[in-house]
Design a protein around this ligand. Structure first.
Ligand code: MRU
Length: 361
């Protein structure tokens, strides 16, 4: 991502190679504050507290967290406990387990004294792969946006609605749902993005910030506005990200995604989901089996803004905070993956990932 003309990744080793540099996303959009992770525990806390967030970035942070853990204790026991500590940080995004498995697989094959350097290299490889996958998603999604532009006669901006933040900040760079939008904008296709606020954590503020950095016209709307906009023909297509997509194409994403998909179906608006292949969980067929994170009532009864945290409800108000929901495959127009676009179905996914035919749930 470019901020004030300087390119940054959302996560990277520090220049001295001793630690990991992150952007503290709990301080955005009001302040750009970089953080430094030096230990396993700091990495786990950064994920759990959402200083880093978004499925691919959670995975990348966990990979570096395993490096930091192995630097302190490269034994088999150290590897096992670091893996479990990081896996327990957040339950829904499958990229976390995918990245931890990838690092564990390579380090368990080498002697303890080489494990830390091996984990560091693998974490770097995971980050580079994430960027490459997101670029590919961008190319595949760009074709869909171009088609929508031409279908509208090429005379007005394409209106795209997105939910949560699936952009640069949710990944190592570039984003998933926002990658096609950035490429379309750079290709000269006029775009306007409806940005869902995404209560209670307001990830829409991150999306709006990114879009502003990149110069893409956008409008923030409250979470309940999307259906109304779709009814009035003010949305050409929706693109969202996902934290876990099943072998049957059910899509788990930020709470509220399902309602947008229902409205999109009712209004005849295409509903696309963008994902890199590590977000596919081939071991699960039915999205209802995906564990949904409950982040507790505190995020609902208080709101955090530039001036700090403000109470919204009287003391003792009962609140519930499921952080994700599942959109059934039947409501998804297509999946935009790093290997191409397919229907949200087992058959569709297997056309792009034929090697999974034997093992998928
Ligand atoms: O709770 P968060 O902010 O980690 O949730 C993020 C999302 O739901 C994103 O849409 C998803 O991770 C896809 S990010 C490319």
């Amino acid at each position: 991502m470019r901020i004030d003309g300087v390119h940054h990744r959302s996560i990277a080793p520090t220049d001295d190679g001793e630690a990991v540099r992150i952007i503290d996303q709990t301080r955005l959009p009001h302040a750009l504050v970089f953080g430094r992770l030096e230990t396993l525990e700091e990495s786990a806390d950064a994920i759990a507290s959402m200083r880093v967030r978004g499925a691919p970035l959670i995975g990348a942070t966990a990979a570096y967290g395993l490096w930091l853990g192995l630097r302190a204790d490269p034994s088999d026991g150290g590897l096992g406990s670091a893996y479990e500590r990081l896996l327990a940080t957040r339950p829904t995004a499958v990229n976390l387990r995918w990245a931890l498995d990838a690092v564990r697989d390579v380090v368990s094959k080498v002697a303890p004294e080489r494990r830390s350097e091996t984990a560091f290299a693998e974490a770097g490889r995971i980050c580079d792969e994430d960027v490459a996958m997101n670029r590919a998603i961008g190319e595949h999604g760009l074709a869909l946006i171009r088609t929508a532009f031409e279908a509208a006669g090429g005379r007005r901006p394409v209106n795209i609605l997105t939910h949560c933040n699936a952009g640069w900040l949710a990944t190592v760079d570039f984003g998933t749902a926002l990658a096609p939008i950035y490429l379309a904008h750079d290709a000269g296709i006029p775009i306007h993005v409806w940005v869902d606020e995404t209560r209670p954590r307001n990830q829409g503020a991150l999306t709006a910030l990114e879009l502003r950095w990149h110069g893409v016209p956008h409008t923030v709307v409250v979470d309940n506005a999307g259906g109304h906009l779709m009814q009035r023909g003010e949305v050409d297509l929706c693109i969202v990200g996902t934290d876990r997509t099943t072998a049957e194409g059910d899509v788990c994403n930020k709470i509220g995604t399902y309602l947008k998909a229902v409205a999109a179906r009712d209004c005849g608006v295409p509903f696309y989901v963008a994902l890199p292949h590590p977000t596919l969980d081939w071991s699960v067929a039915d999205g209802r089996e995906i564990p949904i994170e409950d982040r507790g009532p505190g995020e609902v009864v208080r709101v955090v803004g530039a001036e700090g945290s403000v109470g919204l409800y009287p003391e003792g108000t009962v609140a519930s905070n499921p952080a994700f929901d599942v959109t059934p495959a039947r409501l998804v127009t297509a999946l935009i993956t790093d290997r191409g676009v397919c229907s949200a179905s087992r058959d569709g996914l297997l056309t792009l990932f034929p090697e999974r035919g034997e093992t998928a749930a």
